[in-house]
Structures are given as C-alpha cells and as structure tokens.
Design a protein around this ligand. Structure first.
Ligand code: GRF
Length: 211
C-alpha cells in the first residue's frame, strides 16, 4: 500500500461530514489521517468536533487579511507545514482563489448536496426541492476553478418523496453524504482515482496490484 496521506478538512459550520469521516476512520482503514481541520469561522462546531477527537483545529480569520489571496497564502503555509496531501472541503463557505486551486490541483475534494451539474451553488437541496425534481442526490467531485464543476468521483441519487418536507429531504441527503464522502476520501488515499479529462475512474484493488 502507498504512503498514508495527510488530510486537511476545511469546514465553516456544523461539521457532520467531518464527523462522518472521523467515525469512518475509526472502524475502517482510510489509508490516511486527518491531520488538520481548518475553519474561517471561530465558533464552527466542526472545530469542536476536531478537538474532541484530538485533531489539530485551526481558525484562520479572513478579516485579518486584506484580500483572499493573502488569506489563501496563509492557509497554504499552514498546509505545507503540515505536509498535507489532500484537502477535503466539508461545508467550507469561502470560494478558493484560482491560485489555491492550481497549487493543489486534483488534490481538493468537495461534496455537493445535489446531482451536479444540476443545482450548483449554496442551496442545492432547496433549489432541487423547489424545482420539483423527483430525483436529486449527492455528488463528490474534484475542485476546479469554476464552482461545483470539477470531475465527478461518486454520485448517489435520492428520490424525492411526494409529501415530504424540505427538512426531511435534507436529512436523507445528509445521510447519503455521510456514506459516500468517506469512501471517496478512502479511494483518494489508496491512490485509486484516475482522472481522464472529465471522467474519473475508480480502480479496483486488484487493478492496483496489477499496475
Ligand atoms: C453539506 O450539505 C455539504 O454537501 C455542503 O455543505 C454541507 C455541510 O454540512 N457542501 P456539514 O457541515 O458537513 O454538516
């Protein structure tokens, strides 16, 4: 097996996806370790979750930097000093600068609560619900400069039930997020993802041995 990856999770809020990743890593081998959790919000629940699990938790205040580029430079220093191999965005509400994305090309994952390329943006669940779709879902993808547009690693559909509320749909979507995000992170850490243009192949473990 390849070297264990060092993972940084970026989160601005509740951190349920971070928690799912922490929990998964306790009972499965991710082939990686969460070395750092970073937030742009001082009181993000995600930072508490990290601390509760003994993971380094850092708040970097965007208001202390004149612009996004300077903020990202600070974050890059932090990532380099921690020798981070993979960045997992889990409800991180700041848009990454293009310099940042190109520095960590194909090393940043994001989760989106809809079936991309439908319903991009911050309200994927509600937008799909209001549109009246019968099927929505969850997408895990690599991050590129354009928002919610990088190559797709895993998608899982969720059927919208006729009489459910948006809150009920939301909680079912979150449950699916918590199932598939740890898997995508694991595939990355096992070096099993191959990007070919827009397509991402997930190698089976047998293929890995044959490489
Ligand atoms: C999730 O719905 C994720 O898809 C979106 O932001 C939300 C984060 O939730 N990108 P949490 O902070 O992980 O609970």
């Amino acid at each position: 097996m390849h070297n264990r990856k060092r993972i940084a999770v970026f989160a601005s809020g509740f951190g349920s996806n971070l928690q799912a990743l922490i929990d998964y890593s306790k009972s499965n081998d991710l082939n990686g370790d969460i070395a750092l959790v970073l937030s742009d919000k001082e009181h993000a629940r995600a930072l508490d979750r990290a601390r509760e699990s003994g993971i380094k938790a850092v708040f970097v205040n965007p208001l202390e930097y004149d612009d996004r580029k300077k903020y990202d430079t600070k974050i890059i220093e932090l990532l380099e000093s921690e020798k981070i191999d993979l960045i997992v965005l889990a409800g991180y509400m700041l848009v990454l600068s293009s310099e940042f994305v190109s520095k960590f090309r194909n090393k940043i994952l994001n989760i989106h609560p809809a079936l991309l390329p439908s319903f991009k943006g911050t309200h994927g669940i509600k937008d799909a619900f209001d549109y009246g779709v019968k099927v929505t879902g969850v997408t895990v993808h690599f991050v590129e400069e354009d928002l919610d547009s990088g190559p797709i690693i895993i998608q899982k559909p969720v059927e919208v039930e006729q009489d459910e509320s948006v809150e009920e749909l939301e909680s079912r979507i979150h449950r699916v997020e918590h199932q598939i995000y740890p898997l995508a992170v694991r595939y990355f850490c096992e070096d099993r993802l191959r990007i070919d243009g827009r397509k991402v192949r997930i190698l089976s473990k047998e293929n890995m041995n044959g490489e």
